[in-house]
Design a protein around this ligand. Sequence first.
Ligand SMILES: [Zn+2]
Length: 99
Amino acid sequence: MTDPHDGAGASTCREMAEWVSDYLDGDLAASLRDTIDRHRGNCPPCDAFVRTLARTVELIRVHPQEPLSPEQVRALTEALREASLPPQPVTFRPPPALP
Ligand SMILES: [Zn+2]
């Protein structure tokens, strides 16, 4: 099986989200970078996620007068991660019946 979302691969997608900021900062060990590069090659959503975040980081660096707080960076990372995941099914709840 080469599907990156199968079995152990699923945790790799989650790990991608955890490692990506260090990856973009160049703070990861070479072996981890290799793991991420390989994963990006097999997993288009993660590749898109890394590209989007890299672009965002680039924009932030271009505008250093408006620094983001660590909380904002975390929220942004989370939002991007959510955006790269398939949408969750929505359960319709009818409003409560009137008395
Ligand atoms: Zn992935």
